[in-house]
Design a protein around this ligand. Structure first.
Ligand code: NAD
Length: 496
C-alpha cells in the first residue's frame, strides 16, 4: 500500500515520527493509502530548506520567477484530468467538480504569472527639493500554508503560487485526509524547474501545525479550515509575531424574493446546496424565501429535485453528488439532521439511511431538505458541512437581512430577484464578505480576492488576488536626495 511522505528540498522524504494515518476512498470505504504524520523535526527541515532557497529566489527578477510560473501552468493544464481523478478518489467529489477545482487553482497561477506588473512600485519625482521617493513591495521570507480537505488542490494554490511569485519560499501542510493531490501538484511544480526548497510539503496534523505557528523563521501563515481552528491559528500565530490570515467556516444564506424565477432558484439551490455533498465553504445551506407564498412555491419546486438527486461515486459520470469525506463526517451530519427533527423543523426530504448497491461501505448520505427551520435550532446555528438545506421563512426582506447580519459567520450570501433596488440595497447592507446577485456561489475570480467577514476570517487580508500580493509582501519606501540638493549645516526641525 502506498505511503505518502513529505517533499522537502526537492526530495520525497520520510518522517521519523513513525506515525501514520489511513486515507480512504469515501465512495467504497476502502483503505487506499497511508499518510505519514510529521512533527516539529520535519517542519524544522522544511523551514531550513526554504530558508536556504530564499536568497537566490527572492533576488531573481520577477520576470524570471514568472517564467517558472508559466511552465508550471502549462504542466497543470496538461495534467488537470489526472489531478481531478486523484482528488475524486480521496475526496469523493464528482470528476467535473474536481476539474472545476483544478481550473480555479490554475487561474491563481495565471494571475501569479503577472507578478512583474503586480510588484511594480510607485515613484514620485521632486517630493521635495532634489528629493525623489519610491515605494515597492518586498517578500517576507519563509511563509507557510495550512489547508483543509475540501479543496485539496485549489486551496493550496490560493496560497503558494502567489507567495512564491512574490519572492517568498513556502512550507505547505495540507489536509491529512486527502494528501495525494497536493503531492501530485508538487511533482509538476518540481518538473517546471523551480529550485529545490522553494516549495516544501510536510504532511501531518496538530503537531505539525503547532510547529509552524511557533517556528521563529516563518514570517507569515495562511490558514483555511474550520472556525475554531482558524481562531486558534490566528491567536497562536500572531502571538508568535507572525502575519496571519485565517479563513474559517460558513453558513451561507440565499434570499429568495417573491419576484424571483423559481426554476432558476431551484437549480441554483441544487448546485450550491448539494454540489460536492455540501462540503464547500461557499455552499448555500440556508434558503430564506420572503413571504409564505414564495416559501410554499420554493418547497414545491425544490422537494422533487432533492428526492431525485443522483448520488453516486465519481466513477459514474451520471453522479451529481458523491459521498462525504469520512464515516465520522457522515455520522455528524446525520446526528444534526436528527437534532433538527427533535427541535421541531419539518423534514421534507430525509437523506439519512441512504444506500447504494455495491457501495454499502461508502460514506454516502442522501440530500436532505428541511422546512420551517428557526434561528434557535442547531441545524441553523452550526455549519453542517453536508448535503442539508434548511428553509427559514421570513415575513419580509428586512427580517431576512437582519437574520443574515446577526449570524456569526459572514462568508458568502446571495439574493435571487428581478428587483434592482432590492439587489442594490442588499449588496450595501449585508454584513458578508462575498455577495451574489442571482449568482449562488460568488467565489471571486483570481484577480479579485476571496474572504469572508465576521467569524469567517481572522486577520486583515483576504486571500489571493491583490490582497494576496499585499499579504505576502511588505512595503518599503525609499526617499533619495543627491548631494547637489543638500544644503550645508545640520537641520534640527522636522523635515518639510
Ligand atoms: P479543519 O479545521 O478540521 O482542518 C483544517 C486544517 O487544520 C488541516 O490541515 C488540519 O490538519 C488542521 N487541524 C485540524 N485540527 C487541528 C487542531 N486541533 N490544531 C491544529 N491544526 C488542526 O477543516 P477541514 O474539516 O479540513 O475543512 C472544512 C472546514 O474548512 C469547513 O469549516 C469549511 O467551511 C472550511 N473552509 C473554509 C474556506 C474559506 O475560504 N473560508 C474554504 C474551504 C474550507
Amino acid at each position: 500500500m502506498q505511503t505518502i511522505s513529505n517533499a522537502i528540498a526537492g526530495q520525497k522524504q520520510s518522517s521519523n515520527t513513525g506515525q501514520i494515518q489511513s486515507v480512504y476512498n469515501p465512495a467504497t470505504g476502502e483503505h487506499i493509502a497511508n499518510v505519514e504524520l510529521s512533527g516539529a523535526n520535519e517542519i524544522d527541515l522544511a523551514v531550513a530548506a526554504a530558508k536556504k532557497a530564499l536568497p537566490h529566489w527572492a533576488n531573481l527578477p520577477p520576470l524570471k520567477r514568472a517564467q517558472f510560473m508559466f511552465k508550471f501552468k502549462q504542466l497543470l493544464d496538461a495534467h488537470a484530468e489526472d489531478i481531478a481523478r486523484e482528488i475524486s478518489r480521496e475526496h469523493g467529489k464528482t470528476h467535473d467538480d474536481a476539474l472545476g477545482e483544478v481550473t480555479r487553482g490554475i487561474e491563481v497561477v495565471d494571475f501569479a504569472c503577472g507578478i512583474p506588473t503586480l510588484l511594480k512600485g510607485e515613484f514620485s519625482r521632486n517630493a521635495g527639493p532634489g528629493i525623489d521617493t519610491h515605494s515597492d513591495r518586498q517578500p517576507l521570507g519563509v511563509v507557510a500554508g495550512i489547508t483543509p480537505f475540501n479543496f485539496p488542490a485549489m486551496v493550496p494554490m490560493w496560497m503558494y503560487p502567489l507567495a512564491i511569485a512574490c519572492g517568498n519560499t513556502f512550507v505547505l501542510k495540507p489536509s491529512e485526509r486527502d494528501p495525494s493531490a497536493p503531492m501530485m501538484v508538487w511533482d509538476l511544480f518540481t518538473e517546471a524547474g523551480f529550485p529545490e526548497g522553494v516549495l516544501n510539503i510536510v504532511n501531518g496534523g496538530k503537531p505539525a501545525v503547532d510547529a509552524i505557528l511557533d517556528h521563529p523563521d516563518i514570517k507569515a501563515v495562511s490558514f483555511v479550515g474550520s472556525t475554531p481552528i482558524a481562531e486558534y491559528v490566528y491567536t497562536r500565530g500572531t502571538a508568535a509575531g507572525k502575519r496571519v490570515q485565517a479563513l474559517g467556516g460558513a453558513k451561507n444564506h440565499m434570499i429568495v424574493m417573491p419576484d424571483a424565477d423559481m426554476d432558476q432558484v431551484a437549480d441554483a439551490l441544487m448546485g450550491s446546496g448539494y454540489g460536492s455533498a455540501g462540503e464547500r465553504c461557499m455552499a448555500i445551506s440556508v434558503a430564506v424565501p420572503i413571504g409564505e407564498k414564495t416559501a410554499d412555491k420554493l418547497i414545491e419546486t425544490l422537494a422533487p429535485r432533492v428526492q431525485t438527486l443522483k448520488v453516486g461515486p465519481s466513477t459514474d459520470s451520471e453522479s451529481e453528488m458523491g459521498p462525504v469525506i469520512t464515516s465520522q463526517a457522515k455520522e455528524k451530519i446525520e446526528n444534526l439532521i436528527t437534532s433538527g427533527v427533535e427541535q421541531g423543523a419539518e423534514l421534507v426530504v430525509d437523506g439519512r439511511n441512504f444506500k447504494l448497491q455495491g457501495y454499502e461501505n461508502g460514506f454516502f448520505t442522501g440530500g436532505t431538505l428541511f422546512d420551517h427551520v428557526t434561528t434557535d435550532m442547531d441545524i441553523y446555528k452550526q455549519e453542517i458541512f453536508g448535503p442539508v438545506l434548511s428553509v427559514v421563512r421570513a415575513k419580509d426582506y428586512d427580517e431576512a437581512v437582519d437574520m443574515i447580519n446577526k449570524h456569526e459567520y459572514g462568508n458568502g450570501t446571495a439574493i435571487f430577484t428581478r428587483d434592482g433596488d432590492a439587489a442594490r440595497s442588499f449588496a450595501d447592507q449585508i454584513e458578508v464578505g462575498m455577495v451574489g446577485i442571482n449568482v449562488p456561489i460568488p467565489v471571486p475570480v483570481a484577480y479579485h480576492s476571496f474572504g469572508g467577514w465576521k467569524r469567517s476570517l481572522f486577520g486583515d487580508h483576504s486571500i489571493y488576488g491583490p490582497e494576496g500580493v499585499h499579504f505576502y509582501t511588505r512595503l518599503k519606501t525609499v526617499t533619495t536626495r543627491w548631494p547637489k540638493g543638500i544644503k550645508s549645516g545640520a537641520v534640527f526641525t522636522f523635515p518639510t
